[in-house]
Design a protein around this ligand. Structure first.
Ligand code: PMP
Length: 304
């Protein structure tokens, strides 16, 4: 059965889910988005994702046509319509239909809200067991003073260029440095290293996306009594770290065991990384906003 896609209040079969070629999301990357996960019938950290979406929209002066409550319900409705309990959710708000000029004021019909749900495509399981190899790419992360990396905008060309370098090297992910040469993040994930028994991750001011999974890892580390510092660091610090891992909604927590040819730590996923991975998995299946609350469950859940 075809997936149903939400576009401005309507649920349309995937093959008919289309938007105008004059949408400024397409013409200029003018819009914002979120990538969200549902596990075991619940949407993980939905409020945090919605809050980040509204902050991104606020920063680019984009009025989201729905209230956060309305948008939350639209996400849940789309998951229910697709009978999905475990899913990746792509929430996109574009500037809407305008003319061929840049001016968003011409997009008079208003923003376009799109919700796509599908099964998640993870890295193959062996990368979680054995760890990833990364390279440092030559594409620098966008200058945050020019375009804030905190805005999760439809303009992902910076990351796409980095991803091309990663793939050409035959790898899954790579490290992006910021304009000053400090480690920023991966092309679609945040980065942590472990050194002297504590975790270090670049601060938001280093030009990174403030990841929701990054925040969850910080909470879990506090639970375990492991210190976390947000501090700038260099490639040298990655090469000499005892552990390294990436975090992201799609990737979750994935160990890193080799960077630019250097073996990290023992060359196997580290102790702290493994503890965090286990605890993270427990958390994802035990909390979140229910997709099928009482009364809305039976008919749909049976099909799932
Ligand atoms: N950095 C970038 C550039 C991203 O696109 C993402 C999301 N894919 C992340 C970090 C991780 O953020 P989150 O944990 O909120 O998914």
């Amino acid at each position: 059965m075809e997936r149903l896609v939400y576009i401005n209040g309507q649920l349309l079969p995937q093959s008919q889910a289309k938007i105008s070629v004059f949408d400024h999301g397409l013409l200029y990357g003018d819009g914002v988005f979120e990538g969200i996960r549902a596990y075991n019938g619940r949407v993980f950290r939905l409020t945090e994702h919605l809050e980040r979406l509204y902050r991104s929209a606020q920063a680019i002066m984009l009025a989201i046509p729905l209230t956060p409550e309305g948008l939350e319900e639209a996400v849940l409705e789309t998951l229910r319509a697709n009978s999905l309990r475990d899913a990746y959710i792509r929430l996109v708000v574009t500037r809407g239909v305008g003319d061929l000029g840049l001016d968003p004021a011409k997009c008079a019909s208003g923003a376009c809200t799109i919700i796509i749900c599908d099964k998640i495509q993870l890295y193959p399981a062996r990368f979680y067991e054995e760890g990833l190899e990364l390279n440092t790419v030559t594409t620098r992360r966008n200058l945050p003073q020019a375009l804030s990396s905190q805005i999760k905008s439809l303009n992902y060309l910076n990351n796409v260029l980095a991803k091309i370098e990663v793939t050409r090297a035959g790898l899954q992910e790579g490290i992006m440095l910021n304009h000053e040469g400090y480690v920023a993040e991966a092309t679609g994930d945040n980065i942590f290293i472990a050194a002297d028994g504590k975790l270090v991750t670049p601060p938001v001011s280093a030009g990174i996306l403030e990841g929701i999974t990054r925040a969850v890892v910080m909470e879990l580390a506090a639970e375990f009594g492991i210190g976390v510092v947000e501090e700038r660091f260099l490639q040298y610090d990655v090469y000499t770290a005892s552990e390294c891992f990436l975090t992201g909604t799609a990737a979750e927590i994935v160990p890193v065991v080799k960077v630019d040819g250097r073996i990290i730590g023992t060359g196997k996923p580290g102790k702290i990384t493994k503890e965090l991975m286990t605890r993270f998995r427990q958390l994802t299946v035990s909390e979140g906003v229910p997709i099928f609350p009482e009364g809305k469950s039976a008919a749909v859940e049976q099909r799932a």
